[in-house]
Design a protein around this ligand. Structure first.
Ligand SMILES: C[C@H](O)[C@H](O)[C@H]1CNC2=NC(N)=NC(=O)C2=N1
Length: 112
């Protein structure tokens, strides 16, 4: 199985399928530091990253912005002193696509 972080996002059209419950159960195990939240009926992946100060949090945020632009798939980001909350979901399908799991794995790699 190719590592999630090595995969590329696919263009996600409005009729693209959400992940099934079985796919969700399999994929979430591959990104153990991430949780699933439901907001306004939309399932999302979320992780809070901790940092020593605001500058390091901002540096991480900027790297994530570059990654999002490279993949043309964009997260929700809350950047605060010492922490960054990252949320992934697919706006076009109002839910979770495989792309979101790929991007969560790629987000974790930014820490390497
Ligand atoms: C207009 C639309 O937002 C764009 O086509 C792209 C940009 N980035 C995106 N990011 C995310 N997370 N979901 C999308 O559906 C999405 N669509």
């Amino acid at each position: 199985m190719t590592e999630l972080a090595q995969m590329k996002c696919e263009a996600c059209q409005a009729d693209a399928p959400k992940v099934t419950d079985a796919e969700l159960a399999e994929l979430i195990r591959m990104i153990p530091d991430w949780g699933v939240e439901v907001r306004d009926g939309i399932m999302q992946l979320e992780r809070v990253y901790k940092f020593k100060n605001f500058k390091l949090a901002m540096d991480f945020t900027n790297k994530l912005a570059d990654l999002a632009e490279e993949e043309f798939h964009h997260p929700g980001i809350l950047t605060e002193w010492g922490k960054v909350t990252v949320t992934w979901w697919s706006h076009s399908i109002k839910g979770l696509h495989r792309n979101d799991f790929i991007m969560a794995a790629k987000t974790d790699q930014l820490l390497d």
